[in-house]
Design a protein around this ligand. Sequence first.
Ligand code: ADP
Ligand code: MG
Length: 447
Amino acid sequence: LWEHCINQLKAELTSAEFNTWILPLQARVDGPLLRLLAPNRFVLDWTRKHYADRLLELCERHSQGQVSQLHFEVGEFARETSSTKGKGARAGSTATTAIDSDLATRRAAANLNADFNFDTFVEGKSNQLARAASIQIARNPGGTYNPLFIYGGVGLGKTHLMHAVGNVILASNPNARVVYLHSERFVAEMIKALQNNRIEDFKKTYRSVNALLIDDVQFFAGKERSQEEFFHTFNALLESRQQIVLSSDRFPKEVTGLEERLRSRFGWGLTVAIDPPDLETSVAILHCKATQLGVTLPEDVAFFVGRRIRSNIRELEGALRRLVANAHFTGKPITLEFAKQALRDVLVAQDKQVSLENIQRTVAEYYKLRTSDLLSAKRSRSLARPRQLAMALAKELTKHSLPEIGHAFGGRDHTTVLHATRKIKSLRESDAAIEEDYKNLLRILTL
Ligand code: ADP
Ligand code: MG
């Protein structure tokens, strides 16, 4: 019976409403009574006020009039049983399962993936700050850093960290209400709510959470009505000291197509970057994922894959999966030779992605210069700096030697390239604009 009602409601409500108010309920038929248990007072009051009539209607219909009354209370069936019986190992284990399945339900309602947690997130220099801030927030939501804004290129672990934050908050507080949503889903939910005349419910739903995690906010670009709505949600949550975590592929101020007031507000709390992993981190991640897949990766293979696939952890994982699958089907051990063979086309694609030409063209475009000027002998400052950046990027992103890079940059000497890489390295530490440019270019080139 309850399942029928649930299915009907699922079709009628936005998924945020459904997940927040209906999914957490437990139901049991008791004669003419449908007993509904809500996890807390808040959900109980809200559900009774807004959905009781409709629920009763559905119950009566689906039970052919057998069930004619609703009874709401705060609590949980399984736990109730174990505490009334209150003895023995069986009661204990029932309680544990109940709590686990309760967590699973709440996790599903929050759209959280249980696999993305801090235990499975490998720490490295590139993600250290973002990870530390996320842990801090998970422990003390709504506290010091609000909002937390995580930015970085595709496949570097932003979504993973957001889920990890949500999972910890849910697990450590049984009453916490957490919602993770991709910004495009937020937009879609809002449109659905508008169409169904449920925008007030939509507002209430999002403004009453304890933690709101919105992924990839760059997709709010150009969607003014959604931005407006999100702006108010954002303010309401900040005011009531509830946690907000946002992610984007770029720095808050650089998210184009967003209203200025949103952009500046995004930067009010703490903004942290995730950079592409260095070699050591890539290798550590490979080992970690290999263990999860049940294989041990030889060190030379891990280094080979890590060195060749630098830009993106999702691709790193993809390559590993492919290796493991190939080894499985052919029954061969994963050796260096085997890896080179199995990953041939992936690596060709990678190499193509960051060729020297590609770097030169991208840097020239970025600074609105001509590639020919970048490669020329001209030494004006407006050319020299971009040129040095391009050479440093070439060193970082390709396998070419210093002389090869020098040659490709208008026949320069390898010492010029070496000087450029050192100069850029020190400038990145002292000059925020250069650092920003460098990271932007890195992101564009490794997309
Ligand atoms: P983003 O949201 O930044 O595009 P994701 O969070 O989706 O990236 O990460 C892509 C994949 O890489 C996911 O499978 C994620 O688990 C994995 N990943 C990213 N960073 C790490 C890390 N530091 N340790 C382990 N896995 C990671
Ligand atoms: Mg993501």
